[in-house]
Design a protein around this ligand. Structure first.
Ligand SMILES: Nc1ncnc2c1ncn2[C@@H]1O[C@H](COP(=O)(O)OP(=O)(O)OP(=O)(O)O)[C@@H](O)[C@H]1O
Ligand SMILES: [Mg+2]
Length: 846
C-alpha cells in the first residue's frame, strides 16, 4: 500500500482501482482496519509534533550559555577542592532547571488540551457509519465526506462530487477555485488533476466524498501547507521583550567584564573572583523570563478558556490585549443567525407565492454552500410538485453573490437564479406579472423594485432576488453568460433578529478602547438597520465593495480608519480592509465564521472565529470563541490585557529591582576591598528571587490596565527603570555606607546584612510595583503573596539561623538588623510614593 505518491501519480487510477489497491470500499474501513493502519503508518500529521520531550527540554537548558557557565564554574570549584561551591552550584542548576521544565511542561500540556478541543475534525465513514474524527486519525483507505468550508484532511481521489470547487491557491498559486470531480486523470502534475484533492487545501463550494490515498508526511503538500500555516511572526509584545532581553544581555556582558578586569587588576586571579563574575552574570540575566512568559501566557489561556475563549496560538493573547480595532462579520455576531423566511414578494413588492416557489427550486437543486438562507427557504417552502431534474448549476460564490440551477422537465429547460437583490435587478430585462405574463422591465418598474429593496432592507429584512430564464431545449450546461437577460420573478425576504447582547458587548469593547467595525457582505440598508436596532452610533460613513475596488491601498488605509461600516464586500476585500488598518498601525482583529471570512481572519493581527464556524475560518483563526457572542470576546480581551499586565510586572521587576541590586553589587565590588557577596550567596539570592515571582501569573490586573489596549512600549519600561532604578541604588548605597563605615562590619557580617537587605527589598517591592494604585488598596493574589513571602522567609531563615553557615552567613547584631529593617521600610515607602511617576498613568481621554 503506497503511503507516498509513487512513480504513477495516484490520480491516474480511477476510484475502483484506488479502492482495490488500498483494500477499502466506498462504505469505508472498519475501525479495526483503521486502527491497524494508524499504528503501522502513524498519525496524519504533516510534520512530526514539534514539541520537545522532557529530556530534550532539559538538554536544551543545559547547553544554554548561562547554565553552561555555571556548570563550568562547578567543575572548576570541584577541581580546586571547593566542594561546598560545587554542591551548591549544582543544586542551583538542578532546582532552576527542574522549576523551568516542570512549569513549562505543565503549561504546554494545558494549552495543548485546549487546542485539541477546538481542533478541526473530519467526517469519516467507519464501520458503515459517519463519524467526526480528529484529522490526525485518518488513514489511507478512509472514505471522507467534504462540504464547502471543509479542509481537505489528506491527499486522495474523489468518489463522488456535487459541484465541488477546491481552493488550491496556497499550494498551486492558482487564485481561482478549481472544479473537482471523480474520474481518471492523465495529468502529470497535481495542479491539473481534476479528480484529486490535496491535504492543506479546502473545499469552497459543493460537496464531495473522497478516498484518502496518502496521509501525514506522505502527502504532496502537507509539509508546505503546515509551514505556510505556521505563523512565525512574533507578536509586538514578544518583539519588545526580545529587544529588552538583548539590551540587558549587552549591559550584563559589559558590567561583568568591567568587574572582572577591575578585580583582576586589584587582587589578581582567584577562584572567588571567577565565581563572583559568574554569579553576577547569572544574577543579572533574567534567565527565567522565557519560562515565565510561557507560564503566564498559558495561565492566561486557561483563564480565557474558562470564559469560552480558546487561543490556538499563545502569543495571540498579547495581540488580543493590544487589539484596538475589531472588524466583525454581521450574521451570528450581531444577529442571532436564526434566519427565518418571511415570504415571497413580486417585483412590485406584493406578496408572491411564485417567487417563493422558485427560490425553493433553486435552494433544493443548488449544490455547494448550503447557506442558512437556503436552509430557511427549504424549511418554509413546500417541494414543487413538478418532476424537475437538475442538469447543471453554477454554485454560489461570494464574489458573484448568486447561485443558478438549470432544471429539466421533459424537454423544458429552466434556469433559476437567486442572489443579491440589486444584482438580480440589474441582470433582469423582463419581469413576471402575478398572472404569469412576462413583460419588459421598464424604468418605472425598475425604480419601484429598487425603492422596495431599499425600504425592506431599512426595515430589517434581508432579501434575495429571484430570476429565471427559459433555456433552449438542448441546453445541458450553464455558462457564465447565461446569467443575463433574466425574468425578475421577485424576491424572498428573511428576518434575522439582532442579538440582544451585542449592543452591551460593543459598548464594553468601546469603553475598553476597541473600536468595532462591521464588515459585511450584505447590503447597506440591512447593515444600517442592525446598527440602528442595536443602538450603535450610526453616524459613520459607509464604504461599499464597489468603492473599495476603485480605491488604492493607500487611500483605503486612510478611509478604513474613519469608516465603521463596510457593505457588500467580497472575501478578499475583507482582507484588504484588515491590511489597510494594520498599515495604519492599528492592532486589528477580525471575527468571522464563514469561508468568506477566512482571508481576513488570516490577515489580521488576531484572527477570531467561533466554534460553529467553517473549518477554513477556524483553521485561519488564532482565537476561537466557544460561543458566537461579542460579550465573550470582551471578556477575552480583558483576560488578554490582564496577562499582558502580569508580564509587565515581571519586566518591571527585572529592570528595576533585580537589575538594580545586581548593579549596585557590581559597583560595590569595585570599591570594597572584598567581594560584597560571596558567589554562592549571589546564586542563592537569585534562585530565591526567581522563586518569589512564580505567583505573578495568578495576579489580577489594575482596572486601568484592563481599560485600554495593552502595548509593550520600550519608553514605558525605560521610564520605569529610570525612576525606580536610582531609588534602589540609593538605598543600596546607604546600606553599603552604614555597614562599611557606620558599623565597620567585617566581611561575613557585611555580606549577611547586604544579602538580607538586598533580597528583602528585591522581593517585597513586587507588592508596590504590581499596581499603579496605592499598594494597600489592590490586594495581591494569595498565590503571589505565598510565593513572595515564602521565598523571603526561606532567605531569612538561611541568613539569620545557623542553617546559613554553609553559605558563609553569620548571626547579625540586633543594631544592624534594626537598621536593615528600617532601610527596607523606608525604601518601600519611597517606592510607593515614586511609582506614580514610574508607571504610565492612564491616558486622560481616548
Ligand atoms: N445561498 C445563497 N444564494 C444566493 N445568494 C446568496 C446566498 N447566500 C448569500 N447570498 C448573497 O451573498 C451575500 C453575501 O453573503 P453573506 O451575507 O453571507 O456575506 P457575509 O459577509 O458573511 O455577511 P454577514 O456579514 O451577514 O455575515 C448575501 O447578502 C446575499 O445577497
Ligand atoms: Mg457571514
Amino acid at each position: 500500500m503506497p503511503q507516498t505518491a509513487s512513480e504513477v501519480p495516484f490520480w491516474s487510477r480511477d476510484a475502483a482501482a484506488a479502492c482495490a489497491e488500498l483494500q477499502t470500499r466506498p462504505e469505508g474501513l472498519t475501525s479495526a482496519e483503521a486502527a491497524e493502519r494508524l499504528s503501522r503508518l502513524g498519525p496524519n500529521r504533516a510534520v512530526a509534533a514539534r514539541r520537545r520531550s522532557v529530556v530534550g527540554k532539559i538538554a536544551r537548558r543545559l547547553v544554554e550559555p548561562l547554565i553552561a557557565i555555571l556548570l563550568i564554574a562547578a567543575a572548576v570549584s570541584g577541581a580546586m577542592g571547593d566542594w561546598r561551591s560545587f554542591v551548591v552550584i549544582l543544586g542551583i542548576v538542578l532546582v532552576s532547571t527542574a522549576l523551568d521544565v516542570i512549569q513549562e511542561e505543565k503549561a504546554e500540556n494545558a494549552v495543548e488540551a485546549l487546542q485539541r478541543s477546538v481542533a478541526v475534525t473530519a467526517r469519516v465513514r467507519r464501520d458503515g457509519r459517519l463519524l467526526a474524527l480528529p484529522v490526525r486519525d485518518i488513514v489511507p483507505g478512509d472514505v471522507i465526506r467534504l462540504a464547502a468550508g471543509d479542509l481537505v484532511p489528506a491527499d486522495g481521489v474523489l468518489l463522488e462530487s456535487r459541484g465541488a470547487l477546491a481552493d488550491e491557491a496556497l499550494l498551486t498559486g492558482e487564485p481561482y477555485p478549481v472544479e473537482k470531480r471523480p474520474g481518471r486523470s492523465e495529468a502529470t502534475g497535481p495542479a491539473e488533476a481534476f479528480n484529486a484533492v490535496f491535504a492543506g487545501t479546502s473545499l469552497v463550494a459543493g460537496e464531495a466524498v473522497m478516498l484518502a490515498v496518502a496521509t501525514g508526511g506522505g502527502t504532496r503538500f502537507g509539509a508546505i501547507a503546515a509551514a505556510l500555516a505556521e505563523r512565525a511572526a512574533p507578536s509586538a509584545f514578544e518583539r519588545g521583550l526580545h529587544a529588552l532581553g538583548l539590551l540587558i544581555l549587552r549591559l550584563t556582558g559589559f558590567l561583568v567584564l568591567v568587574v572582572l578586569l577591575a578585580r583582576l587588576a586589584a587582587a589578581g586571579l582567584s577562584l572567588d573572583t571567577f565565581l563572583f563574575a559568574v554569579a553576577l552574570a547569572v544574577g543579572l540575566t533574567p534567565e527565567l523570563l522565557p519560562m515565565v512568559l510561557t507560564v503566564t501566557l498559558s495561565r492566561g489561556a486557561l483563564r480565557m478558556a474558562a470564559r469560552k475563549v480558546v487561543v490556538k496560538r499563545l502569543s495571540a493573547i498579547d495581540d488580543l490585549g493590544a487589539m484596538d480595532v475589531l472588524c466583525t462579520d454581521k450574521t451570528g455576531t450581531l444577529t442571532e443567525a436564526r434566519i427565518a423566511l418571511v415570504g415571497g414578494f413580486g417585483p412590485d413588492g406584493a406578496p408572491s407565492r411564485r417567487a417563493a416557489a422558485l427560490a425553493g427550486l433553486n435552494s433544493r437543486f443548488a449544490t455547494g454552500l448550503g447557506s442558512n438562507l437556503d436552509a430557511a427557504i427549504l424549511a418554509a417552502v413546500p417541494a414543487d410538485p413538478r418532476a424537475w431534474a437538475r442538469c447543471d448549476d453554477r454554485p454560489f460564490d461570494f464574489t458573484r453573490r448568486r447561485a443558478s440551477v438549470l432544471l429539466a422537465d421533459g424537454a423544458e429547460r429552466l434556469m433559476v437564479t437567486k442572489g443579491a437583490p440589486e444584482d438580480l435587478l440589474s441582470l433582469a430585462t423582463r419581469l413576471e406579472r402575478p398572472d404569469g405574463a412576462v413583460v419588459p422591465l421598464d424604468e418605472t418598474a425598475r425604480a419601484t423594485a429598487a425603492a422596495w429593496i431599499t425600504a425592506q432592507g431599512a426595515a430589517g429584512f434581508r432579501l434575495l432576488g429571484i430570476g429565471w430564464r427559459a433555456m433552449p431545449e438542448a441546453t445541458g450546461r450553464l455558462a457564465a453568460e447565461d446569467e443575463a437577460d433574466l425574468v425578475l420573478a421577485g424576491f424572498v425576504a428573511f428576518l434575522d433578529p439582532p442579538k440582544a447582547s451585542a449592543a452591551a458587548a460593543i459598548g464594553r469593547l468601546a469603553a475598553a478602547g476597541v473600536r468595532v467595525k462591521i464588515v459585511s457582505g450584505d447590503a447597506e440598508p440591512v447593515v444600517r438597520h442592525i446598527v440602528d436596532a442595536l443602538g450603535l452610533p450610526s453616524g459613520s460613513a459607509v464604504l461599499s465593495g464597489a468603492e473599495i475596488a476603485a480605491t488604492s491601498d493607500a487611500a483605503l488605509a486612510a478611509r478604513a480608519e474613519v469608516v465603521d461600516l463596510f457593505v457588500r464586500v467580497s472575501p478578499d476585500q475583507k482582507a484588504r480592509i484588515v491590511r489597510a488598518l494594520r498599515r495604519r498601525g492599528r492592532v486589528t482583529g477580525f471575527l468571522g465564521d464563514g469561508i468568506n471570512d477566512a482571508p481576513a481572519i488570516h490577515a489580521a493581527d488576531v484572527g477570531l472565529s467561533v466554534s460553529g464556524g467553517s473549518d477554513v475560518a477556524r483553521q485561519a483563526a488564532d482565537v476561537i470563541l466557544l460561543a458566537p457572542d461579542l460579550g465573550v470576546l470582551a471578556d477575552g480581551v480583558a483576560e488578554g490585557r490582564r496577562t499582558c499586565a502580569n508580564i509587565m510586572k515581571y519586566v518591571r521587576m527585572v529592570t528595576s529591582s533585580n537589575f538594580g541590586n545586581m548593579l549596585s553589587m557590581a559597583l560595590a565590588s569595585l570599591v570594597l576591598p572584598f567581594l560584597p557577596l560571596a558567589p554562592l550567596q549571589i546564586l542563592l539570592n537569585n534562585l530565591l528571587y526567581d522563586l518569589s515571582e512564580i505567583g505573578i501569573p495568578f495576579d489580577a490586573a489594575d482596572p486601568s490596565e484592563v481599560e485600554r489596549p495593552a502595548r509593550f512600549e520600550m519608553r514605558d519600561v525605560l521610564r520605569f527603570t529610570l525612576v525606580m532604578g536610582p531609588l534602589s541604588s540609593l538605598f543600596d548605597a546607604a546600606t553599603f555606607a552604614l555597614l562599611h563605615f557606620g558599623f565597620a562590619a567585617d566581611v561575613a557580617v557585611f555580606r549577611t546584612a547586604w544579602f538580607v537587605e538586598s533580597i528583602a527589598t528585591q522581593i517585597l517591592v513586587i507588592f508596590i510595583i504590581r499596581t499603579a494604585r496605592p499598594a494597600w488598596s489592590a490586594r495581591p493574589h494569595p498565590v503571589l503573596a505565598a510565593t513572595s513571602l515564602g521565598a523571603l522567609a526561606v532567605a531569612l531563615l538561611f541568613a539569620l539561623s545557623p542553617l546559613g553557615g554553609f553559605a558563609g552567613f553569620v548571626p547579625l547584631p540586633p543594631a544592624i538588623l534594626a537598621t536593615i529593617a528600617a532601610i527596607c521600610c523606608l525604601y518601600l515607602i519611597l517606592a510607593e510614593a515614586l511609582k506614580r511617576l514610574a508607571i504610565r498613568p492612564a491616558p486622560a481621554g481616548r
